[in-house]
Design a protein around this ligand. Structure first.
Ligand code: ZN
Length: 249
């Protein structure tokens, strides 16, 4: 399998939302990216970034920066893939900055937990902004495959449960040939500082579960000698390979 990181722009939040209660009043610009996996069993995407119009309308205070080149179709075009060719889309969770590109994947089956979908459609009051982009799902139209627990969705591609940030948040363990396994954490781990200091983000459903999710990611990384890829850490992001470059073979 080949693993491509798709550059889908950036947003700004307060550092106290990255590290709960720390450095209030310090804005931080962070990257938003998706992962495209070209696998013998199909074409998969894990997380699809945000929709610029949606953020400008609903959350303009997050100061979106997304060039025409940083949209999902433009990123896939760099690899020679059309959005309608994608077979499966997985969102670590349904926050707006992880689902905005799903709308382009018109033939893809959405792999998700029914708990995450229910929470998103009927959110707690404090989750409404996070779950504000519902364009990824049309009842009766979107093809959905529900999963429970940890699931190997294709050979060497395992979704494992890391709830806390949201009710049924998933992280992805990918084991490409020819390199160390890779863990894509979604928002269970925003940054390497999250991992090192064990400080959860300010946006979460359950803080205790969120701490357990960080521990689980560390454990899965140890067991598999995997490299960890946090979701929103600008400095390391800039050092990783970006599409059309890729990991694996
Ligand atoms: Zn989130």
């Amino acid at each position: 399998m080949k693993i491509y990181l798709l550059d889908l722009g950036s947003l700004v939040i307060d550092r106290s939302d990255v590290l709960w209660h720390i450095d209030v009043g310090t804005p931080v610009r962070f990257p938003v990216y998706g992962v495209y996996i070209d696998h013998p069993e199909g074409k998969f995407i894990f997380d699809t970034g945000y929709d610029l119009d949606h953020v400008n309308k609903v959350l303009p205070f997050e100061l979106p920066e997304q060039s025409p080149e940083q949209t999902l179709p433009a990123q896939l075009a760099k690899i020679g893939v059309k959005p309608e060719e994608i077979d499966y889309v997985i969102n670590s969770h349904f926050h707006f900055d992880h689902v905005g590109g799903n709308r382009y994947l018109t033939n893809a089956t959405l792999i998700t937990s029914k708990h995450e979908l229910r929470s998103c459609l009927v959110p707690e009051p404090f989750e409404r902004l996070g779950y504000s982009d519902l364009s990824f799902y049309t009842r009766g139209q979107t093809k959905v495959e529900f999963i429970e627990g940890d699931v190997e969705i294709a050979k060497g591609l395992t979704l494992f449960e890391t709830p806390g940030h949201t009710i049924a948040h998933y992280s992805l363990l990918a084991e490409p040939e020819g390199r160390r396994p890779m863990i894509f954490c979604g928002d269970a781990v925003y940054t390497f500082e999250t991992l090192e200091r064990m400080i959860i983000g300010g946006f979460h459903l359950d803080p205790v579960d969120s701490v357990s999710a960080i521990k689980r990611i560390r454990q899965v990384a140890r067991e598999n000698d995997a490299e960890i890829f946090p979701s929103h850490d600008m400095e390391p992001w800039l050092t990783w390979k970006h599409a059309p470059d890729y990991y694996g073979k």
